[in-house]
Write a protein that binds this ligand. Sequence first.
Ligand SMILES: [Zn+2]
Length: 48
Amino acid sequence: MCSEMEMPTLCKECRGWFDLNDGKPSKDGRYQLCQECSEIDNSNNPDY
Ligand SMILES: [Zn+2]
């Protein structure tokens, strides 16, 4: 069992586990994404 994470959260994009403290809310703020996916999401965003 992995007990490294304080707040294990499932990323909706890559379906991997990440620590809530390292993630960011999605664009609409309805769920959390891992840091990697939130960065991809932002860079794909045309209204930057
Ligand atoms: Zn992810």
